[in-house]
Design a protein around this ligand. Structure first.
Ligand code: DGL
Length: 285
């Protein structure tokens, strides 16, 4: 499978970082990784045929995520970023058991950034249904002494995928979710000063969130913290070194399990620059 690790030539290869998401949202994490890790080659897999993960069971998400992780390992990934909150919340242990490389999820790094930002020590987490039900964020926040209220926002992913980023419908849906979250926080006696975007899609709604939330609330996503953590981890890896290449897309390989055209169109929106080539992968059902 991965014989580059044993060959002499491999020692001079750039490090290969696998980035996995259920679809396009993880491209917001890749976007943060690119300038931070200029020496790496990236293999991004979006399991678009089986999206969304956020409404599925732990067993199903774990099966899908492990298959995807092993595929990226077969492409020679030295390090894997699970750039999907749902897969990180439900399947990190399963992926770590199956893979033979360091694996980083986005829950821990998101909680790290909330811990650094929150003064009130109360955090509101917005995420998919499955992530909220796992309480992975509540546990990761509690490890930092933070209290949290977790709010599932299942309508946001389809609205964002539809491209309705600024639509009045999305604005109203978001307003209702935030109102419900505020009521839940009040009931629990919490006063969140930080909103953690616990879903890879939500950074696209940052502008709308800034307009909708009261002034003074900090909005965080785990992309930057994750990229910083990957950079910190890299020197520990055997093949890590800078190749001197720029933060461009020439060193990115994109794979999707469904329509490559849709991936190019939607993915470019998440990545913030055009994606030209995407390879179709069949991971089965
Ligand atoms: N990538 C997922 C997450 O961050 C959102 C999309 C999905 O439900 O698959 O939770």
């Amino acid at each position: 499978m991965n014989d580059r690790k044993t060959s002499d030539a491999a020692k001079t290869d750039p490090i290969r970082i696998g980035v996995f998401d259920s679809g396009f949202g993880g491209l917001t994490v890749l976007r943060a990784l690119l300038p931070q890790i200029p020496g790496a080659e990236f293999f991004y897999l979006g399991d678009t045929a089986r999206l969304p993960y956020g409404s599925k069971s732990k067993a199903t998400v774990a099966r899908y995520a492990v298959e995807s992780a092993l595929l990226l390992e077969s492409y020679g990934a030295d390090y894997l970023v699970i750039a999907c909150n749902t897969a990180s919340a439900l399947a990190l242990d399963a992926i770590r058991s199956a893979a033979h490389m360091p694996v980083l999820g986005v829950i821990e790094t998101g909680a790290d950034s909330a811990a650094a930002a929150s003064v009130s020590r109360d955090v509101l987490v917005l995420a998919t249904q499955a992530t909220v039900e796992s309480h992975a964020y509540a546990q990761a926040c509690a490890a930092h002494g933070l209290r949290s209220v977790e709010k599932a926002c299942p309508l946001l992913v389809p609205l964002i995928e539809e491209g309705w980023i600024e639509s009045p419908v999305t604005r109203e849906v978001l307003r209702i979710y935030l109102e419900e979250a505020r009521a839940a926080a009040n009931e629990a006696g919490l006063a969140p000063d930080t909103v953690l975007l616990g879903c890879t899609h939500y950074p696209l709604l940052r502008g709308l969130l800034e307009e909708t939330l009261p002034k003074g609330i900090t909005i965080l996503d785990s992309a930057e913290t994750t990229a910083t953590r990957v950079r910190r981890d890299l020197p520990a890896l055997p093949t890590a070194h800078a190749s001197g290449r720029d933060a461009d897309l020439g060193r990115c390989h994109f794979f999707a399990t469904d329509s490559v055209d849709k991936f190019r169109t939607l993915g470019s929106r998440f990545l913030g620059q055009p994606i030209e080539r995407v390879d179709l992968i069949d991971l089965g059902g």
